[in-house]
Design a protein around this ligand. Structure first.
Ligand SMILES: C[S@@+](CC[C@H](N)C(=O)[O-])C[C@H]1O[C@@H](n2cnc3c(N)ncnc32)[C@H](O)[C@@H]1O
Length: 383
């Protein structure tokens, strides 16, 4: 899956009313607000409930269904390690989830270390060989925000909204967030710049049709590669972000993940990465010599052309099993493991349509194996 971007940059608040004239100030101590220097609830915030600890982000929205609220977990003032930013109805749903009261599972002997890189800031590196399908890293998010969160214009560019949202987190959590990389310069408010640099996509099946972004403070240290060696999967059962190795990773090899659209030619991938993450990709695929780069581009284009049909479940009349075989081979050689799995599912459908049940069965089994490698045994795609 493509990395999640916030789509809130110009999102208007649900109901606009005049901005308050004065600077933001903390609400009274009696409401239990954790106030950290520079991070405080704005004067448009007001407590909604103490346990669960929910703050209405902007009372000027009145009872608008899409008015933003903050939920802090755990509720104890000063102890929160996660903030959820969402509409009230979803916030109330989330606050009832027992999984958030349980510690996440731990990997006893994590196979990675974080190191300084010569050119990319911090990087994640394998400290021992990692097997294909191995769970590499796992952690809870510190921030989970719906991607289309409504923020009043007077609170967005100034950072008031996000300072308020983060103000209820524990000081240690806040420090962790503020130590993360911000690849945006003065063009972006610093907290939003940090979130945009590091967010990963979160799908919460219990809340369908809503996209979320999550801030995972270790996972976000992994750099991008156009043929990544891990897949990011958000596991709703444990409410954790996870990296699963999609091929064997050697000791000392950098652990990478995908930030961009895989099935796009190099120039498009680079343009997208430059725009959203402010770097020029020089991964091995982007650094191929011209003839090989052209070959890679045409293969990725061909796979990309299939995606709308895969999503629609439609099949061209002239599509053959041999063509699917060819695309599977290209996806493997291009290191596009997530798309390889999707093509297998699509090929299963084609095999059934063309009266080739043996081929269909083989691809269905291979798809199940691929999903287990990509997401682990909890993959929703295995059911
Ligand atoms: C989510 S952070 C990754 C971790 C980051 N290296 C750090 O120091 O925390 C994203 C930022 O890392 C850098 N980055 C990630 N992948 C890169 C790559 N393949 N080449 C160069 N810089 C990269 C870019 O500055 C990008 O905006």
């Amino acid at each position: 899956m493509k990395r999640g971007f916030l789509s809130n940059k110009n999102k208007k608040s649900p109901k606009s009313s005049p901005a308050p004239a004065s600077d933001p100030k903390p609400v009274g101590a009696s409401d239990g607000a954790q106030v950290t220097a520079g991070f405080q609830l704005s004067e448009t915030c007001r407590p909604y409930s103490e346990n669960p600890r929910i703050i209405e982000a902007d009372y000027r929205h009145g009872q608008a269904p899409e008015a933003s609220h903050f939920l802090y977990v755990p509720s104890t003032p000063g102890a929160a390690t996660v903030v959820f930013i969402d509409h009230l109805a979803n916030i109330q749903t989330i606050s009832s989830w027992d999984v958030l009261n349980r510690p996440p599972p731990a990997i006893p002997d994590p196979p990675y270390v974080l190191e300084a890189s010569s050119d990319k800031g911090i990087k994640m590196v394998a400290r021992r060989p990692i097997a294909i399908g191995e769970l590499v890293a796992l952690e809870r998010p510190l921030v989970v925000s719906r991607t289309d969160v409504a923020i009043a214009e007077d609170q967005s560019a100034s950072g008031i909204f996000y300072r308020a949202a983060l103000s209820g987190l524990s000081p240690a959590t806040l420090s962790t967030i503020m130590a993360l990389r911000n690849s945006f310069g003065p063009e972006q408010e610093p907290i939003l710049g940090t979130l945009l640099t590091n967010y990963q996509p979160v799908i919460i099946p219990e809340i369908p049709h809503t996209e979320y972004s999550g801030l995972f403070p270790i996972l976000c240290r992994a750099n991008h590669d156009c043929s990544p060696n891990t897949n990011f999967f958000f596991n709703p059962r444990s409410f954790t972000g996870q990296f699963h190795a999609v091929r064997a990773i050697a000791k000392d090899e950098e652990i990478t993940v995908l930030y961009s659209e895989l099935a796009a030619p190099r120039d498009e991938r680079r343009a997208e990465l430059q725009e959203h993450y402010k770097f020029l990709c020089e991964c091995s695929t982007c650094s191929l010599r011209p003839d090989l780069a052209e070959k890679s581009d045409s293969r990725r284009r061909a796979i990309g052309a299939l995606i709308p049909m895969m999503h629609a479940g439609s099949y061209a009349d002239d599509l053959t099993l041999a063509r699917i075989e060819e695309l599977l081979e290209w996806a493997t050689e291009e290191g596009m493991y997530a798309l390889y799995a999707e093509i297998l599912v699509y090929g299963f459908g084609l095999g059934m349509r063309l009266g080739a049940p043996d081929v269909a069965r083989k691809w269905s089994q291979m798809a199940a194996t691929a999903f287990k490698i990509l997401d682990g045994a909890d993959s929703p795609r295995l059911s």
